[in-house]
Design a binder for this molecule. Structure first.
Ligand SMILES: [Zn+2]
Ligand SMILES: [Zn+2]
Length: 349
């Protein structure tokens, strides 16, 4: 075992602080990565504060990880020392259920092992990216083709990027399709960039009139202030697909009304309290559907990273020092970030 510097929480009420964790020595199939950047996801905050009532302490969050390979096991073929590498939300899955066989490890019937707080197969707690280094089996490590200068903006692709990419691909967003993106935060801003790059006509829905210019800059063809009923009415029955990234409980009906016949609205935000039940008639009369989607499989994550490298796509980020994480959480709660905090792991000391 290797003693490794990290940053985490000892209980639900304490702020995050420096602590030491143990990492395993790389086994035959393992890749050891020195972490350079780690994005800050809302799930990190929920876990640090035990808001999903399942946190094992101490907890070290962080599942938007990019870094450089420092050691590989004897059976590793995908990576060599010095390569750039990424790790997202998962570090293991059962490998033999139908979902794993399909490369959809995030839907593993036996539960995937989370990068942090995820002791499904190992039995021991897992510690995430707010740390100097991590050891992960090669099949859960991603290749990074972006230039090194863009690495900070690559980190959020490992969760926010794949969470929006997977449903856009599943529902075949592309040229000729009109797509709504609801919410302009960490997920939504990636949804706009990716849907635009896939060739769709993108309509962004935001509650903030002061985000209109930014929405257009990010690649939206139209920006609708969703609190304005007149602007909403002009979109009625126009959209083939809606990617709803909003986690706060809200009325889904005004958005369902914007779907064409057979249109789908997919939810990727995880609300703390349920959304109010949608109007069944709004579904029945146009054969509309509501769906859900969770991150994406490893193969699909690699596809997304390669697509983003090819198209020069990264997340819009604000970089912080590790010891600024508690203040960053408070700002994240107020949506005061455009659009993702990323920790410069060199500041861990
Ligand atoms: Zn996340
Ligand atoms: Zn499985």
């Amino acid at each position: 075992m290797t003693k490794t510097k990290a940053y985490g929480a000892l209980d639900a009420r304490s702020p995050l602080a420096a602590l030491d964790i143990e990492r395993r020595e790389p086994g035959a199939d393992d890749v050891q990565i020195r972490i350079l950047w780690c994005g800050v996801c809302h799930s990190d905050l929920h876990t640090a504060r035990n808001e999903w009532h399942n946190t094992l302490y101490p907890t070290v969050p962080g599942h938007e990880i990019v870094g450089r390979v420092t050691a590989v096991g004897s059976a590793v073929t995908k990576f060599k020392v010095g390569d750039l590498a990424g790790v997202g939300c998962m570090v293991d899955s059962c490998g033999h259920c139908p979902s794993c066989a399909d490369g959809e490890e995030q839907y593993c019937d036996n539960g995937f092992t989370g990068t942090y707080n995820g002791p499904v197969f190992s039995g021991e707690n897992t510690f995430g990216g707010y740390s100097q280094s991590i050891v992960v089996k090669q099949s859960f490590v991603l290749r990074i083709a972006h230039p090194e200068a863009q690495l900070a903006g690559v980190a959020p692709l490992l969760c926010a990027g794949i969470t929006t990419w997977s449903p856009l691909r599943q529902w075949e967003v592309g040229p000729g399709k009109t797509v709504g993106i609801v919410g302009l935060g960490g997920l939504g801003h990636m949804g706009v960039k990716l849907a635009h790059a896939l060739g769709a006509h993108v309509v962004l829905f935001t509650t903030s009139a002061n985000k209109v210019a930014d929405g257009l800059r990010l690649g939206a063809d139209e920006v609708v202030v969703s609190k304005d009923p007149e602007q909403m009415a002009r979109q009625a029955g126009r959209l083939d697909f809606i990617l709803n990234t909003v986690a706060a409980p809200h009325d889904l009906n005004p958005f369902l009304a914007l779907l064409k016949r057979d249109g789908t609205m997919t939810l990727v935000g995880a609300p703390g309290e349920p959304h109010p039940s949608p109007d069944v008639f709004a579904l029945i009369f146009k054969r509309r559907r509501i769906g859900g989607s969770l991150i994406g499989g490893i193969r699909e994550t690699q596809e997304m990273l390669d697509f983003c490298a090819q198209h020069g796509i990264v997340s819009d980020t604000e970089t912080i020092r590790m010891d600024e994480i508690n203040a960053a959480y408070e700002r994240m709660l107020k949506s005061d970030v455009r659009y993702r905090f990323v920790v410069d792991m060199a500041t861990l000391g």
